[in-house]
Design a protein around this ligand. Structure first.
Ligand SMILES: N=CN[C@@H](CCC(=O)O)C(=O)O
Ligand SMILES: [Zn+2]
Length: 412
């Protein structure tokens, strides 16, 4: 006898499991089964496909003619941090650029101070509130970066909080060390980078990936190469904040370093985009950041996909450049500004997002044997979610076969 059968599913969204991320034209392929059912036992998928079988289960759930997909995967967040930076909005309104705010000792450095001053419990409580919102919006796999410590003690504190989140919530997480996220006010950047490199032995016990912010006035290509090479020598796979604002060649560096993902890529070169196709590095695009920073030029998702590359999407949730923990909102921005198709968007927030955090064959799909992490969406079809933007369409979120969120109604 199985545990649960979910009946009356109008459409079932089934991204394709593959050892490689979906690339190019494959990104527009998505199996959608109308009139479907899902059977779960011991937290795993027994069956997800057309209805009409004779499965027995202890509990029957009625999806009410809604649609069902794998739970979303969020491959780039800065969920653990102290403080907030709403005061920067007026600076932005006056036209002060993001990198100028950082140069003046604000921006990331402002959050570094708040994170250093916050206790473990304060950070955990704040991140827990964000995690709750992410789950309520359909996300059950989350990557979390450090990077607001810029010293051993605080970077470790952030990574420990990140680990504690994974204990506290029924989610799967990946933890990323982003020590070289900015240069502290009083330090020489080469000296500071060496300090971060010297932490890698300790970091590799607690983090899955090493990341760096390669940008004008932050870390150069040469410094990023040095750090990534050192991290790989320690057995850590690498990620990079690349070509977000200036075209430095961060994407090419990511490919040279066999990065699991290259993130941002707004200013990536044509050559980098062309090379992406022949690798398994996933381009994690963060259009909510471009939107929030008030820029008009978005990452060239079409160019990357049309050239045969693998693209994923994330919120980049952080207090300075994208203050949303709603991945559905990013799906809408991707449809409007990145010109991605609904199928590409769904693959980008499920299976390709899983590949972007090294979980390509274990999250983002609903094949037999997969963890039963799924969402019942209150939407008539899969195109509707990026279309009706700014609201939460998750009706029920099911983690390991257990309903952990159900959308509340009004009490009138
Ligand atoms: N660009 C670098 N890091 C973050 C922003 C961090 C911040 O502004 O606090 C990002 O991915 O956008
Ligand atoms: Zn980031």
């Amino acid at each position: 006898m199985n545990d649960i059968i979910i009946k009356n599913i109008k459409s079932l969204i089934l991204p394709k499991k593959s050892v490689h991320p979906l690339k190019g034209k494959e990104m527009d392929e998505l199996t959608i089964i109308d009139d479907a059912e899902v059977v779960i036992n011991a937290g795993r998928i027994i069956y997800a496909g057309p209805s009409g079988h004779d499965f027995q289960a202890e509990k029957e759930m009625d999806a009410g003619g809604r649609i069902v997909s794998p739970a979303l995967v969020e491959p780039h967040t800065h969920i653990v941090h102290g403080g907030s930076r709403e005061h920067e909005m007026s600076l932005k309104r006056q036209g002060v650029p993001y990198l100028e705010i950082l140069k003046q000792g604000g921006g990331i450095l402002n959050t570094v101070e708040a994170t250093r001053n916050a206790s473990f419990d304060e950070l955990l409580n704040k991140a827990s509130a964000s995690m709750t919102r992410m789950i309520q919006h359909g996300v059950l796999t989350i990557e979390s970066k450090s990077g607001y410590g810029l010293d051993r003690e605080t970077e470790m504190k952030q990574l420990q909080v990140s680990r504690a989140l994974e204990e506290k919530f029924p989610v799967m997480m990946k933890h990323t060390f982003l020590g070289p996220h900015a240069v502290p006010r009083d330090k020489d950047s080469d000296v500071f980078l060496d300090e971060m490199i010297s932490l890698l032995d300790e970091v590799k016990e607690i983090a899955d990936f090493a990341d760096i912010f390669c940008e004008t006035g932050v870390f150069t290509i040469e410094q990023s190469r040095k750090y990534m090479t050192a991290a790989r020598e320690k057995g850590l796979r690498v990620k990079i904040h690349a070509d977000e604002i200036d075209p430095l060649g961060g994407l090419e560096l990511a490919l040279e370093q066999d990065a699991v993902s290259a993130d941002h890529l707004v200013a990536a070169s044509e050559e980098g985009k062309r090379q992406l196709a022949s690798t398994d590095t996933v381009a994690v695009l963060l259009p909510g950041t471009t939107f929030y920073l008030g820029k008009n030029e978005f990452a060239d998702a079409r160019g990357m996909i049309d050239a045969g590359g693998a693209v994923s999407l994330a919120t980049d949730y952080n207090p300075g450049s994208c203050v949303t923990d709603n991945l559905q909102m990013i799906m809408a921005v991707a449809a409007l500004k990145l010109k991605m198709t609904p199928n590409e968007i769904w693959n980008a927030v499920t299976v390709n997002a899983a590949h972007a955090v090294g979980l390509g064959t274990v999250r983002g799909t609903l094949d037999e044997g997969d963890t039963a992490d799924l969402v019942i969406w209150d939407a008539p079809n899969h195109e509707y979610i990026p279309y009706h933007y700014g609201v939460n369409h998750a009706y029920q979120v099911i983690a390991g076969g257990k309903v952990i969120f159900e959308r509340p109604g009004l009490s009138l």
